[in-house]
Design a protein around this ligand. Structure first.
Ligand code: MSP
Length: 499
């Protein structure tokens, strides 16, 4: 049976515009999805928009329109940006879909039937921008750590989920390693939190939020947005809320999130799944933040970089490459347009782009049939070793290291050219052999580039005259060395014009 791979991103708040921070998680998920598809796995990639909550209702009221109109417009914007960035999601879910609402209602009913829900009163400090309560300890100088605004004191009747019951099972799960949280630092953060504090029960309904899924047994209340949002990972693969999850894709192999939403995905989400009797995702990976001069990029700080604008400057594929590999996935990293320019010029324009142009030009110089007919162990070993390293890095979500192996292979080819100086070679057989090796390196390089820059990889295959053949192959087939005849080479477009 084919292996399956299910990857998710968080669903994005519909009342904010997409920015490169939000594109980051999605690009990472897309690279993984493309990589697992390449490996021949049955892959499902879920993303979408998170559309309920008071903020949306407030905005709609200000604009004098219905909340759904705000949702439709802004959700379409996310979809448009993701489509323009070659994001190959299998499903784009919206929490305002009726089928999703039904799932949320089923989740609530099941929890109630299991006696895990009770009525009570909630008092707390609520940040409207985050749509969540904070404990006084979590605040910075009495203000929201993410928005710098003062939270409001709220008190309301609501329903509680017995989250406290799940503290011990969660600690056990984390310890056992059956449920993986990465990077290690984030796992420690979760463990530290679970060990140091009593887990309080969770308010899972709101009286004063009209824009949401109604509580099935009390229409005066709506479901807490996070319970609503987290359920998307199940409704997105077609779960109907019945006790069994029938989709072959469940559970996710990896759920990607930013570190700011670790507790929602590392505590509330697994506790809900345990309560529902549903298998847990295999891995939760929390990445770091894009920062600008050390500060998180966010609308309220007015330091947002626009993915669409950057896409116009660098091109979509290069932007994917630059964003995902400028610092290790999991850590924070400062970005600036000038740093992106530098990497673009050195890695893509002068690096890979220049190599491609040189090799294709040399191949076109003589009308020869290029196929490796003499095995060169050093080159074969280099290609094989690069594949091994590349795969191991990608499987561990180390995008930057995977990129570096690609650049290293390109550097190896550059050195090979300098050493052999093909332009000095008169003997046709010898010339053919050297160029064949270079073309073969480029073919492998293109496959490695593919998950990062799919359109550029296709361009390279076209120029090598092997596009349709390569598309039909499995990765095992593509990775074989020396089986391809390059006899239909054409001029390559300038893939990475100097900026
Ligand atoms: N709607 C919730 C998620 C619900 S999932 C059941 C949400 N949405 S969000 O739009 O605010 O954020 C979505 C993702 O974008 C999060 O993983 C968040 O960490 C990520 N990013 C937002 N700003 C970011 C940066 N500046 N840098 C990197 N990623 C950041 O949270």
């Amino acid at each position: 049976m084919k292996k399956k791979f299910y990857v998710t991103t968080p669903i994005y708040y519909v009342n904010a515009a997409p920015h490169i921070g939000s594109a980051y998680t999605t690009i990472a998920a897309d690279i993984l999805a493309r990589w697992h598809r390449l490996k021949g796995e049955d892959t499902f990639f879920l993303t979408g928009t998170d559309e309920h909550g008071q903020k949306v209702a407030n905005r709609a009221e200000k604009q004098g329109v219905e909340p759904i109109e705000v949702c439709n417009k802004n959700s379409a914007k996310f979809k448009e940006v993701f489509d323009s960035m070659s994001i190959s999601y299998n499903r784009f879910i919206r929490t305002t879909e009726v089928s999703h609402g039904n799932v949320v209602a089923e989740v609530l009913k099941t929890l109630k039937d299991k006696n895990l829900i009770y009525k009570g009163e909630y008092k707390g400090l609520y940040c409207v921008a985050c749509e969540r309560y904070f404990t006084p300890k979590e605040l910075e100088n009495g203000k929201c750590p993410y928005h710098g605004t003062e939270p409001v004191q709220l008190s309301e009747d609501c329903y509680f989920f017995k989250l406290s019951k799940f503290r011990e099972p969660l600690i056990e799960l984390l310890k056992s390693g059956d449920w993986v949280v990465e990077p290690e630092e984030r796992k420690n953060e979760l463990m530290g939190f679970l060990l140091s504090e009593e887990l309080e029960d969770l308010a899972i309904s709101r009286k004063n939020v009209s824009w949401g899924v109604s509580i099935p047994w009390d229409r005066s209340q709506t479901a807490y947005v996070w319970l609503d949002a987290l359920s998307n990972y199940l409704s997105g693969i077609g779960w109907d809320g019945s006790s069994k999850v029938k989709s072959k894709f469940w559970p996710p192999e990896v759920q990607l999130i930013g570190k700011d939403i670790l507790r929602f995905h590392g505590i509330i989400w697994p506790a809900l799944l345990l309560a529902l009797g549903i298998e847990l995702p295999k891995k939760l990976f929390a990445h770091g933040f894009f920062t600008v001069n050390g500060k998180k990029m966010s609308k309220s700080l007015n330091n947002i970089l626009d993915p669409e604008e950057l896409g116009q400057t660098f091109g979509v594929d290069p932007l994917r490459w630059l964003l995902i590999s400028s610092f290790p996935f999991g850590a924070d990293g400062d970005v600036s347009v000038s740093k992106l320019y530098d990497s673009y010029n050195s890695e893509l324009s002068n690096g890979i782009g220049n190599l491609l142009r040189r090799v294709v030009a040399m191949a076109l110089k003589k009308d020869l049939d290029y196929q490796i007919n003499k095995s060169k162990e050093k080159i074969q070993n280099k290609i094989t070793k690069t594949w091994q390293e590349y795969e191991s890095h990608l499987n561990k979500l180390q995008f930057q290291k995977a990129k570096n192996t690609i650049l290293d292979l390109a550097g190896f080819a550059d050195k090979y050219i300098e050493k052999k100086k093909p332009w000095t070679i008169k003997d046709e057989k010898k010339y053919q052999e050297i160029i064949s090796h270079l073309l073969e390196i480029i073919r492998h390089l293109s496959w490695m580039i593919y998950p990062f820059m799919p359109d550029k990889a296709i361009e390279i295959f076209k120029s090598l005259g092997i596009e349709s053949n390569e598309k039909k192959k499995s990765l095992t087939e593509s990775k074989k060395i020396g089986k391809v005849k390059f006899n239909n080479i054409s001029q390559i477009k300038v893939l990475f014009p100097k900026l």
